[in-house]
Ligand binder design. Sequence first.
Ligand SMILES: Cc1cc2nc3c(=O)[nH]c(=O)nc-3n(C[C@H](O)[C@H](O)[C@H](O)COP(=O)(O)OP(=O)(O)OC[C@H]3O[C@@H](n4cnc5c(N)ncnc54)[C@H](O)[C@@H]3O)c2cc1C
Length: 377
Amino acid sequence: MIRSDAEALIKKTMARFVDDEVIPRAREIDESGEFPYDLFKKLADMGVLGIRYPKEVGGSGGDTVLYCVAMQELARGLMSLAATTAMQCLMATNGLYLYGTKEMHEEYLYPALQGEKIGAFQLTEPEAGSDLGNVRTRARKTSDGYVINGMKTWSTNGPKGDFHTVLCQTDPDKGLKGLMFFFIPTTTPGFSHSKKFDCLGTRSSTLSEIYFNDCHIPEEYCLGEPGRGLDVLLTILAEIRIMTAALALGLHRAAMADSIKYCKERVQFGKPIGKNQLIQAKIANMAVNLEAGQLMVDKVTRQVRDKKPCLNEASMAKYFTVESACKASDEAMRIHGAYGFSMEYSVQRYYRDNRFLLYGGGTHEVLQTTIARQYLK
Ligand SMILES: Cc1cc2nc3c(=O)[nH]c(=O)nc-3n(C[C@H](O)[C@H](O)[C@H](O)COP(=O)(O)OP(=O)(O)OC[C@H]3O[C@@H](n4cnc5c(N)ncnc54)[C@H](O)[C@@H]3O)c2cc1C
C-alpha cells in the first residue's frame, strides 16, 4: 500500500528502472549466470543501496517502508538482482553501520552504499543451518584482536564480496551466549572461497563456501558487545523477514501479470483460456493472496520502521507471502501449459527463483514452529 509521496516516488522510479532496464535483460542474465554489476551500480547511483541509512554515512535518509517498496519492485524484474541488493542494503551493512568505527565507515560502509564495495552476511555452516547454536567457526581473543578459523557455506557474494559480517563462536562452553558477529574484509590473510555454486534459481547470485584460516582481525572488528551475537541478529530479524516478504510480493505480481496476459491471448476451444472458470479460480486465488500479503507487509514494515516489536507478525508475513508466491508461480506455469516449461517464457524463472525465499530468514517449518509457539505457551 502506498501511503506517502515519498513511497509513490520510489515505486514509480523503481518501476521505470525495472521495466526499462531489468526486465529486457532478465532472461539473458539468468541464462549467463553473470551478476549484473552495471545494474547494481545504477541502483547505487539512484540511492537505493543506502535507502535505509542516514545521509551522514552516505545513505539516502529513507526507512524500512521505502526499502521494502523498492525491493518489491526490483523483485518483480529479477530476483537475483533484488536479493543481492536487499542483502547489501541490510544484512551485509547493518552491523558495520551500527558497530563499526568512523574509519570502518569511511573505508567500507560509504563505498558499499555507492556500489563500489560488496558486502556479505554469514550465518550458515555445513552443520549449522537452522540450528545456529551449532556454529563452529571460532573466534579466539588475542592481545590485540581476534583470530578466526572455520568455514561458512551458502554465502551469497562469497566469491565476490569485499567484506563479510560473520557469526562466530567465541566460547563453545557458552553455546548461544558465546556467539558474536565479526567484520572480516576479504583482503585479510587466510581468507579464501570455493568455486561458485551451481543452483536451481537466482542463477546470477554468486554463492560459495568461504574459509577462514588464522584470519587475524583487530579488536574493533567485533560487531557489538561480546556474547550478544543473537541480540545483534534479533535487532534485524523482523526486518529480514519483512524484506523477504516484499521480495515474494514482487515475484507474485510478476507471475500474476504474465498469467493475466497469457489468459487473454491463448485461445483454445474457440475462446481465450481466461473464459474458463478453473483458470479464473487460479487468477482469483493469486489476486486474493496478493492483496492479503500486501496488507501484512504494509502493516509490518511500518511496525519495523516505528521500532515496535513485531517478530511474530514478520514471521507470519514471510511465511504467507512466500508460500503464496510459490503457489502463484506454480499456477502461472500451469496456466501457460507446455509454454510454461519453455525458457522462452519468464514463468519458469519465477518458479525456480521463488524457491530460495523458502530458506533465508528462517525455513517455513521453523517459522511455523515459532508462530505456533506464540499461541501454545
Ligand atoms: C540461494 C540461497 C542463498 C543463501 N544465502 C545465504 C547467505 O548469504 N548467508 C547465510 O548465512 N545463509 C545463506 N543461505 C542459507 C540459508 O540461510 C539456509 O539454507 C537456512 O538457514 C536453512 O538451513 P539448511 O539449508 O541447512 O536447512 P536445515 O536447517 O538443515 O533444514 C533442513 C530441513 O529440516 C527442517 N528443520 C530444521 N530444523 C527444524 C525444526 N526444529 N523443526 C522442524 N523442521 C526443521 C527445515 O525446515 C528444512 O525443511 C542461503 C541459501 C540459499 C538457498
